[in-house]
Design a protein around this ligand. Structure first.
Ligand SMILES: Cc1cc2nc3c(=O)[nH]c(=O)nc-3n(C[C@H](O)[C@H](O)[C@H](O)COP(=O)(O)O)c2cc1C
Length: 166
C-alpha cells in the first residue's frame, strides 16, 4: 500500500474537529497557552471516563503533553472554522496572538484555555501514553465536561476539507 492510498482511504472517514489546548508554565514569565487542531480524538471509556487524542511526535503539543498532564478539548462548532485553520498552521513560533484574538475561559481543573462558543468542552488529565508509529496516543481521564452551546452544528473534516452538516 502506498502513502497516497492510505491518505485517500482515510480522508473518506468523516471526523469532528477539536481544539486541544494546554498551558505551558515554563514558557516566558507568565507561561503560555498552546493549541492544536485535531481530528484524531475519540471517547474511550465511560467508567472511568476516558478520552484519547493522537499527537504527532515532535510537534509542539507532543513536547508539551510530555510534561503537562493537564489539557483540554473544545469540540468546534461550524462557526469556528477559522479557529481550526489557525491552530493547524505548521511551524508556528507562538500561539499567544492566536489566543489573544479569540474568546476563551480558563478551565478550573487544568488551567487550559477553553474556546467560548464550542459545542462542548472537556478538561482532562493524562493517564497513559502509548507510542504508535509517528504519533503518541494520549489517553486521559475526563475531569470535567460541559456542553454549553445548545445551538449550532459541528465542524467536520472530510476529503481534505472542512465541512458542516446540512
Ligand atoms: C483537520 C486537521 C486535523 C488534524 N488532526 C491532527 C491530529 O489529530 N493530531 C495531530 O497531531 N495533528 C493533527 N493535525 C495537525 C496539527 O494541527 C498541526 O500539525 C499543528 O497544529 C502544527 O503544529 P506543529 O508544527 O507543532 O506540528 C491536524 C490538522 C488538520 C488541518
Amino acid at each position: 500500500m502506498s502513502e497516497d492510498e492510505f491518505r485517500a482511504a482515510l480522508s473518506r472517514f468523516t471526523a469532528g474537529v477539536v481544539l486541544v489546548t494546554a498551558h505551558d508554565p515554563e514558557e516566558g514569565p507568565r507561561g503560555e497557552d498552546v493549541g492544536m487542531t485535531a481530528t484524531a480524538f475519540m471517547s474511550v471509556s465511560l467508567d472511568p471516563p476516558l478520552v484519547m487524542v493522537s499527537v504527532r511526535n515532535g510537534s509542539r503539543m507532543d513536547e508539551l503533553l510530555e510534561r503537562q498532564p493537564h489539557w483540554a478539548v473544545s469540540v468546534l462548532s461550524d462557526g469556528q472554522r477559522h479557529i481550526a485553520g489557525r491552530f493547524a498552521m505548521k511551524g508556528r513560533i507562538s500561539d499567544r496572538l492566536l489566543f489573544e484574538d479569540m474568546s476563551v475561559v480558563r478551565g478550573e481543573h487544568t488551567g487550559a484555555p477553553l474556546a467560548v462558543g464550542a459545542l462542548a468542552t472537556l478538561e482532562c488529565r493524562t493517564e497513559q501514553r502509548v507510542t504508535a508509529g509517528d504519533h503518541t496516543l494520549v489517553v486521559a481521564r475526563v475531569l470535567a465536561a460541559a456542553a454549553p452551546a445548545a445551538e449550532g452544528g459541528p465542524l467536520t473534516y472530510f476529503r481534505g476539507r472542512y465541512r458542516t452538516l446540512g
